[in-house]
Design a protein. Structure first.
Length: 408
């Protein structure tokens, strides 16, 4: 176990270094107070992701039999070094007390997980109860996260903009000719009263925009956007390369989680600079439809596999990376339920519960049916967890025999 702990601690240090000490070109850094605890608009997402980032280091040190006090000191010292480097040396990084607290807490949480490793080993007594409890916990996290991926339009004054130059985003070089949200015509640089009728339109938006295309922007560029009086983004319909991108204020943003976007991949393909194009975008919880001129495509909206993006959403990632993250997330979140399942009955019961919840839960919440491949990723996570648990049992028994032989 000590050797495993050493490797885990080393991998943890490497992951932390890559995630925190890599410069971010073009990012300003220093955008928030250095004494805040929950910082930025996505402060809760940052806090949770920092805990997760430092947890493997804590687990590794726990397996090395390092005490809690030392682990806390190591996590704090390592984190303090990172924050000082971000403050003085690493470009485009923010440094604050919240990161220091979350990183230190992550080390402590990881130590606790490492020291309670015996609890996680499969055992006959209570196997069904433990496996179902962990499966239910994972399901609650997923469905709770999915319920945050719902529009939450603010109630203060809106400002409509066409091809706005927003500083942190690319500037779209085309020209908007007209835009409508449902039956409401919206012109550039106009003030909009966010009454209940207009906010209802934003809950299930139907956008129609006619514009003269510009060069395909390498990063996200707004074609039409709405910001509120606090300069918070309410809606952004834009382009990134040949993709149509739609972002909207969600419940997640109200709670300071990250907010994933919706995309129509390659829908602007073949649109040359100077072409006049009509863009239609329609979305509800279950379906997203994008139309560009005579070409249209509909797909599901947010799914249960997209909930990973509440904690970390790199908007530069394309369809392949987002699919990989969804698979990895669902695999990982159900791995523990399979790991503690001692015998086929607990494993089968957990499997039935997971499949039923993944298929029925999103539909009951008004979202689309969970895609088959996401259900398969969850079931594979259960199966891999079960295989890992059986392997851990054999290794633990071998260790006990070796220890008994050494003391006899």
């Amino acid at each position: 176990m000590k050797r495993v702990g050493l490797w885990l601690a080393m991998l943890g240090v490497a992951a932390i270094s890559v995630a925190t000490l890599t410069p971010v070109p073009g990012a300003g850094g220093g955008g928030t107070s250095q004494v805040c605890l929950i910082c930025h608009q996505r402060g809760v997402a940052d806090f949770i992701s920092n805990i997760i980032l430092f947890a493997p280091l804590g687990v590794g040190l726990a397996l090395r039999r390092v005490s809690l006090l030392r682990v806390a000191a190591i996590a704090f010292g390592f984190s303090l070094t990172i924050e000082l480097l971000q403050l003085q040396v690493i470009a485009g990084r923010d440094s604050n007390v919240g990161d220091l607290a979350a990183n230190s807490l992550g080390g402590i949480v990881g130590w606790w997980l490492g020291r309670t490793l015996g609890w996680w080993l499969p055992r006959a007594d209570g196997a069904l109860r433990r496996s179902l409890a962990l499966a239910l916990t994972a399901i609650a996290v997923l469905l709770g996260g999915l319920s945050l991926l719902v529009p939450a339009p603010p109630t203060i004054t809106y400002f409509m903009q066409w091809t706005a130059d927003l500083g942190g985003l690319a500037h779209y070089q085309g020209e908007v000719l007209e835009s409508r949200l449902g039956a409401v015509e919206l012109r550039g640089a106009m003030r909009v009263d966010p009454d209940s009728a207009f906010r209802a339109l934003l809950m299930e938006p139907e956008w129609n925009v006619r514009f003269v295309a510009g060069e395909a922007p390498p990063s996200l560029a707004p074609i039409v956007s709405i910001y509120d009086g606090l300069q918070r983004e309410v809606v952004l319909l834009g382009a990134q390369r040949d993709n149509v991108v739609y972002r909207q204020r969600l419940r997640a943003g109200e709670l300071r989680f990250d907010e994933p976007d919706l995309r129509g991949y390659a829908m602007l393909e073949g649109i040359a600079p100077g072409d006049t194009a009509s863009l239609g975008f329609r979305a509800d919880r279950a379906e997203v439809c994008v139309q560009v001129n005579a070409r249209s495509r509909c797909t599901h909206g947010y799914t249960i596999g997209d909930t990973w993006a509440l904690v970390m959403f790199p908007d530069v990632w394309g369809r392949v990376m987002r699919t990989i993250m969804s698979v990895a997330w669902l695999f990982a979140v159900f791995f523990p339920a399979g790991f503690v399942a001692h015998g086929r009955v607990p494993l089968a019961a957990a499997g039935v519960l997971v499949v039923t919840a993944l298929l029925a839960g999103p539909v009951l919440l008004g979202f689309a049916l969970t895609p088959f491949w996401q259900v398969a990723a969850a079931v594979l996570g259960l199966g891999a967890g079960y295989a890992g648990g059986q392997l851990a049992l054999r290794q633990h028994a071998r260790f006990d025999r070796a220890r008994a032989h050494a003391t006899s």
